[in-house]
Ligand binder design. Structure first.
Ligand SMILES: N[C@@H](CCC(=O)N[C@@H](CS)C(=O)NCC(=O)O)C(=O)O
Length: 197
């Protein structure tokens, strides 16, 4: 199994975290996203239907989009799968927290758009964090009693909350949930898992 990913990509981190937690052997191929698309390695661009990381090559299968990859891994291994609630959270992530947090971070650190755009992105992020926090009330994991790909997906970017000046303890249920994930055997942060080899 081969995973194309990058160090600042929480979407890639989700997939590598699954592989690390489940102790699945694979090759991690670092893609430098600072390179323009035309300068990225030809093997990656041939595999990446949307030109983005992550991409997983599993035998004859080439799979793009982090949540589709997580679902494939869960189905294949029988690990971290769940019921309909898992699908709900994967879909919510793709449109909400997996949009708002990376886009706000990208805008704040690299893109630096007009203040109105920043206000819009921050407003959306704070709203999403409130929804997530509310849904974690009294729960250790998002869908069921143990870790599923819903948790791996929705927590992918949370490691970088500090980077964007958000205090995770302002969202106590999220803080508790993240600590549950950080305490899992074989857990490693993106600074280690995604580092350029
Ligand atoms: N919806 C996609 C998002 C993937 C994505 O946004 N990848 C970013 C890095 S986090 C990327 O490859 N950006 C480089 C580019 O667009 O040129 C997923 O879930 O995998």
């Amino acid at each position: 199994m081969k995973l194309y990913g990058s160090d600042q990509s929480g979407h890639s981190y989700k997939v590598r975290l699954f592989l690390a937690l489940a102790q699945i052997k694979h090759e991690y191929i670092y893609v430098d996203l600072m390179l323009g698309r035309k300068d990225r390695p030809a093997d990656f661009m041939a595999a990446a239907k949307h030109g983005e990381v992550p991409v997983l090559i599993d035998g004859d299968l080439t799979i793009c989009q982090s949540n589709a990859i997580l679902q494939h891994l869960a189905d294949k291994t029988g690990i971290y799968n769940g019921n309909h609630e898992v699908n709900e959270w994967l879909s919510w992530e793709a449109n909400r927290i997996g949009f708002s947090l990376p886009n706000y971070r990208f805008a704040l650190i690299w893109q630096k758009p007009a203040q109105q755009v920043m206000d819009y992105l921050l407003g959306r992020l704070m709203f999403d964090l409130k929804i997530l926090n509310k849904n974690l009330d009294g729960k250790n994991y998002l869908a069921g009693d143990s870790l599923t790909i819903a948790d791996i997906s929705n927590s992918g970017y949370m490691f970088w909350l500090n980077d964007v000046g958000i205090e995770v303890n302002d969202f106590p249920n999220i803080a508790r949930w993240l600590n549950n994930i950080y305490a899992l055997p074989h857990y490693q942060p993106p600074t280690i898992l995604m580092a350029k080899p």
